[in-house]
Each structure stands twice: as C-alpha cells, then as structure tokens.
Design a protein. Structure first.
Length: 66
C-alpha cells in the first residue's frame, strides 16, 4: 500500500523520502510525468513539487537555486 501525502493521523507514512534538486522545475515535472509520475494535489511552496511515482510513493523535485 502506498503512503498518503500529506500524512494524516493514522495514514501510512513514507518510509524513505527523496529530494531531487533540479535546475528547471517545470521541465523536471514534465520529464517525470512522461515517465509515469504525477503531481500531488498538495504542494508545500513554489520552489518544490511533490510528485507521486506510479505506485503512489512521494518524492520531491526542488529548485537548486534556493
């Protein structure tokens, strides 16, 4: 079962988390979407995109200029 993003009370939490630094956030999002990921409904801020892999596990794309 995939973890829930964002975590809530009794929801299953991620066991590991990856932050991937990227130069162009929009381009990186497009690339991982083309590979089967999708953008999570909840986003923490404008410099990070929480993505979900095809199985639903979250990972983050982070602009590397911050």
């Amino acid at each position: 079962m995939a973890p829930v993003w964002p975590p809530t009370g009794d929801s299953r939490r991620a066991m590991m988390h990856f932050d991937v630094q990227v130069g162009d956030l929009d381009e990186a999002v497009a690339e991982v979407v083309a590979l089967g990921a999708h953008v999570a409904d909840v986003q923490p801020n404008d410099s990070v995109r929480v993505m979900l892999d095809p199985a639903g596990h979250p990972f983050c794309l982070c602009r590397d200029d911050e």
